[in-house]
Design a protein around this ligand. Structure first.
Ligand SMILES: NC(=O)c1ccc[n+]([C@@H]2O[C@H](COP(=O)([O-])OP(=O)(O)OC[C@H]3O[C@@H](n4cnc5c(N)ncnc54)[C@H](O)[C@@H]3O)[C@@H](O)[C@H]2O)c1
Length: 282
């Protein structure tokens, strides 16, 4: 029975996962190496609750309960008694391997270890632990409180029981769960990222301005936002990391990251979270 949920990484995704878990009455332990990320996460969750109150989806008292049930820490030991931990740290293989090695040592043996990775092999992450059958991918979408999908990724070693726990846990957060095989990009990013990357090439080659590319795709294909706006929203570093995983993992040159995307990341223009990407933000 899952009662205590640990979340690793208090960025865009980790804060959202902590929010929806707390809203679904779990006790949440949010861990990050950066104190400022944790402070920012609580401010974001508070604002997100305000929006839900305005929309009459939750009450003022729910907001207090949500905030009270999220315990923040910069000490990984705070996760030791969790029943499940969802890792949502930066998209980097070596970083995730280190985190899972530490989680395996720190978190009680019967706990499940999930990763929110967008593209990295769940099988590889699982293999660094002594409990690979209890490791599984749960790929939430951004922003987590709004988006209704969780893509479940079954690593080669993931047991059926663990996958069922991941499905039940996702559904307890009011998400629809789909199953994807553990290959680069899974379903969503295998289809979405090449489109975003191609939008970057369309800009890079001067075929259209950022605004015109976005307007064309928004109105021409009925998407709620254009691909460059979406890339800014996801984070250009995350987009680049996923393209690199597709490129290396599938070995096909059609997945080569656009040089303009690489330049933006080199400049620190990571999108909304850094105030500038393809557009600028306050
Ligand atoms: N941004 C999206 O749209 C999106 C969607 C689905 C999945 N994801 C995945 O979610 C994960 C997080 O993405 P994000 O957009 O929230 O990134 P982000 O940059 O907003 O946040 C990453 C957080 O991880 C923390 N962190 C870094 N190293 C750490 C460590 N060793 N231990 C604990 N915390 C650490 C950072 O301090 C930061 O707060 C990535 O794997 C990403 O691929 C992102």
């Amino acid at each position: 029975m899952i009662k205590k949920v640990g979340v690793v990484g208090a960025g865009q995704m980790g804060s959202g996962i902590a929010h929806v878990a707390a809203q679904s009455k779990y006790e949440v332990f949010l861990y990050d190496v950066s104190k400022s990320s944790l402070d920012k996460a609580l401010a974001v969750i508070s604002k997100s609750c305000d929006r839900l109150i305005k929309k009459e989806k939750i009450l003022e008292e729910d907001k207090q309960n949500i905030l009270n049930s999220i315990h923040c820490s910069i000490d990984i030991d705070s996760l030791s008694d969790c029943d499940v931990v969802v890792e949502a740290a930066t998209e980097n293989l070596n970083l995730k391997l280190k985190i899972f090695e530490s989680l395996d040592k720190t978190v009680k043996k019967e706990a499940y270890l999930f990763t929110n990775t967008s593209s990295i092999s769940v099988t590889k992450i699982a293999s660094i632990t002594s409990r690979p059958e209890k490791v599984c991918g749960v790929h939430f979408m951004n922003p987590v409180p709004i988006m209704t999908l969780v893509e479940g990724i079954k690593g080669l070693q993931t047991s059926d029981e663990t996958f069922k726990v991941a499905k039940d846990f996702s559904e307890s957060l009011n998400k629809t769960f789909v199953e994807a095989k553990d290959f680069p990009g899974f379903i969503v990013n295998r289809v979405l990222m090449p489109m975003i990357n191609e939008a970057c090439y369309t800009l890079y080659e001067g075929i259209g301005s950022a605004r015109d590319i976005d307007e064309a795709m928004k109105r021409g294909t009925n998407q709620p936002m254009g691909p460059l706006t979406l890339a800014d929203f996801i984070g250009l570093d995350t987009c680049l990391a996923i393209m690199n995983v597709l490129h290396e993992g599938l070995g096909d040159s059609k997945y080569r990251p656009c040089p303009l995307l690489v330049k933006h990341v080199e400049a620190g223009w990571l999108g909304r979270k850094s105030g500038r990407g393809f557009y600028t933000y306050d």
